[in-house]
Ligand binder design. Structure first.
Ligand code: CA
Length: 680
């Protein structure tokens, strides 16, 4: 039986309720079981339609909320995004077979705001914009009624992200909007905003390019933006207080964050400005990957999930308490159909409405393999160039059985997905949280086999003794495209700070040499390379590791460093350029990697030597010799005689050659790479 529709409209704004009887018409044909109790989540009716929240159809405003256990649901209409009493309130009509509630309202609602309110066991819960708000007022408390078309910047219909032949062609650059532009030295007007990226020709006080010009100069293919949906921790009504947060505390998953807009109180502005940012990057040939945090919410009680369908969206322990694999107080339940539907439809929405080119899944192993594969399938159908990767681990234990988790070790069951290689990360620079621990590049022996594991893109290679690897004891990637190689990201100390802490008694020049060596390993390894914004100007977070809410003085990138560390910047730029010009570093199959990469017998600590042979992957270079010396002393290697062009030596790089050599016994300077190439 459907609920009786009661029109409680008190507003005289010419609003009228339109009968909404979709559910009734289908009651005979849709068979579902009904849950026996509120915790009988497996038997909740589900709904995969994409019209949850609000759909505007001409003059009819169609509100819909999924909440199978509600006694009643109402939608409230407000004049403003914050404050003031509701101008009208309308009870909604239930469709028990789908678990949805609908109200179709007629009238001039454009520009107004709305909330839903759910009654459970006779009690009205707090109001919520629901989980499908696509526009919100300030701080995301109320959903906004706007025509999304009015948020499109000029030319948006022609906007398109870059096309890569293979995802191994990508160069990922992980960036926080505020870090990137907030420093006084950025030369950018709209500091800390989405539209910082729209400004061309910006310069540091030393005359170095900043902003989007800096990205073009560096040569990255994709900007990976830290959480950019509406999050909780920055009060959007108090922007002058300059609060900072990474943003891993989602509120409204399908709306941009207000504090990155120039006017959070205007619902259209944040949407339009985020689109402008994406368009500017696309026009520069740069794709946009968004960090998505579907695995947990910032708050549990009072979250939009809880205010919509209490208990359903989160996993529970046997005693009924919320489980916490995220370490943030809760974990979502992608293994429940409606949470899975939510994630899939949210990804589709960001791709279709915002032209997002890829997604980075936070704590991806909280999600189940089936959900991640479904997401990859849907996303690839929209854009075959989509890049999907994630953290293949959880922060703590989960009720989700290990075999179902989207773990790094299970990536071979997720063909369209890549995982971060913490293997190469920790092997190259040392343990991520034990800050004093050095790694291969900073002189600690014993990491050689794990670095080699990284070089072959975590695939099965006949010359690697996986038993000797520090972390994973098998090559988990079916193909190199399933692994993201990196040495640092927003988490933990940045590379500059890590090297300072783990290499006591060294000079800055010595540590810069190690930074160059570390990134040389990343950019010459098979797989997808990833770097943390600002590492190219030797960025420091002043020793702060978990800088998620540290002030700008810690997190801002000081662009004055670009001239000071210009040599390092040019080296990174050279690495990216070399990688882009040479497909040998971007092989697409494990078979090619196994055939073309040949490691040399080396019996010296912190020394690795290998060749990439056979004009690998159609490369113009017939053979590339890569020698990595992480030792604090020079080491000798013997290279077969030939006409070798010197590409990297003594901390310098030139794709066209620094000079020539005939091979033989060669000396590799301390903490440097030597890369040689021959045409035939
Ligand atoms: Ca917010």
């Amino acid at each position: 039986m459907n609920k009786i529709l009661i029109n409680l409209c008190v507003a005289g704004a010419g609003m009228a309720l339109v009968a909404s009887c979709q559910g009734t018409a289908n009651n005979e044909t849709v068979m579902t079981t009904q849950p026996e109790s509120i915790t009988d989540y497996a038997n909740y009716p589900t709904y995969d339609g994409e019209d949850l929240g609000l759909v505007i159809d001409g003059i009819v405003y169609k509100f819909k909320l999924w909440s199978p256990m509600a006694d009643s649901v109402a939608v409230n209409i407000y004049e403003n995004g914050l404050g003031g009493a509701a101008v009208s309130r309308h009870e909604m009509l239930a469709d028990k077979t789908r678990g949805t509630w609908s109200a179709d309202l007629k009238g001039d609602l454009m520009g107004k705001f709305y909330t839903f309110q759910v009654m459970i066991d006779g009690n009205w819960l707090d109001e919520t914009p629901g989980v499908w708000a696509k526009a919100v007022g300030v701080n995301g408390e109320r959903a906004a009624i706007i025509d999304l078309k009015t948020t499109d910047p000029e030319g948006w219909e022609l906007d398109k992200g870059p096309v890569l032949e293979h995802n191994t062609d990508a160069v990922l650059y992980e960036m926080h909007h505020r870090d990137f532009s907030i420093h006084e030295n950025s030369g950018i007007t709209n500091k800390g905003k989405f539209v910082a990226m729209v400004e061309n020709g910006t310069l540091s006080s030393n005359g170095e390019s900043t902003g989007i010009d800096h990205l073009k100069e560096l040569g990255v293919t994709h900007v990976h933006i830290l959480p950019s949906y509406d999050y909780n921790s920055v009060d959007e009504t108090q922007l002058a207080s300059n609060k900072y947060n990474w943003g891993y505390d989602p509120i409204n998953y399908n709306v941009p964050e207000g504090s990155y807009s120039t006017n959070p109180a205007c619902p259209q502005t944040r949407i339009r400005e985020m689109k402008m940012m994406i368009q500017a990057l696309h026009n520069a040939g740069i794709g946009v990957v968004m960090d998505v945090v579907y695995n947990h919410t910032g708050i549990t009680q009072g979250s939009n999930f809880e205010l919509t369908a209490p208990g359903y969206y989160y996993r529970q322990r046997e005693d009924g308490s919320f489980s916490d694999a995220s370490g943030c107080g809760n974990e979502t339940a992608s293994d429940r159909t409606q949470m899975r539907n939510f994630m899939i439809n949210s990804i589709k929405y960001w791709m279709n409405e915002y032209h997002i080119d890829g997604f980075r899944f936070d704590l991806m192993a909280i999600h189940d393999i089936e959900t991640m594969n479904a997401i990859a399938e849907v996303a690839n159908a929209i854009n075959p160039n989509v890049i999907i990767y994630g953290e293949g681990w959880t922060a703590s234990d989960s009720p989700l059985p290990v075999e179902r988790r989207a773990l790094k070790e299970h990536v071979n069951k997720m063909p369209g997905i890549a995982v971060f290689s913490d293997d190469i990360r920790d092997a190259v620079k040392g343990h991520y949280s034990n800050v004093e621990d050095p790694g291969f590049a900073s002189g600690k022996p014993g990491n050689e086999e794990t670095v080699k594991f990284g070089i072959v893109g975590a695939t099965a290679h006949p010359q690697i003794d996986f038993a000797k690897c520090n972390n994973s004891k098998f090559g988990y990637a079916n193909q190199p495209v399933q692994v993201v190689n990196y040495v640092s990201c927003h988490d933990d100390p940045c590379l500059t700070d890590k090297l300072k802490k783990s290499m006591p008694g060294t000079t800055e020049d010595e540590r810069i040499a190690v930074a160059k060596l570390a990134q040389t390993i990343v950019f010459t390894s098979q797989g997808i390379p990833f770097m943390f914004a600002g590492e190219e100007v030797y960025r420091t977070k002043k020793g702060v590791h978990n800088s998620y809410n540290s002030p700008d003085s810690i997190n801002a990138i000081d662009w004055g460093r670009k001239s000071r560390y210009r040599d390092l910047f040019d080296y990174y730029r050279g690495l990216i350029n070399m990688r882009k010009l040479h497909p040998a570093f971007r092989m697409t199959t494990a078979e090619e990697v196994a055939k073309n990469i040949v490691f040399d017998e080396v019996d010296t600590d912190n020394l690795i030597s290998y060749s990439i042979k056979n004009n690998a992957n159609g490369d113009s270079w017939n053979e590339i010799k890569v020698i990595l010396n992480g030792a604090a002393k020079a080491n000798e290697v013997v290279v077969p005689a030939g006409d070798w062009k010197i590409i990297v030596k003594d901390g310098k790089i030139s794709e066209t050659g620094l000079g020539m050599c005939d091979g033989g016994k060669l000396t590799v300077a301390p903490r440097t790479a030597l890369i040689l190439a021959k045409e035939k």
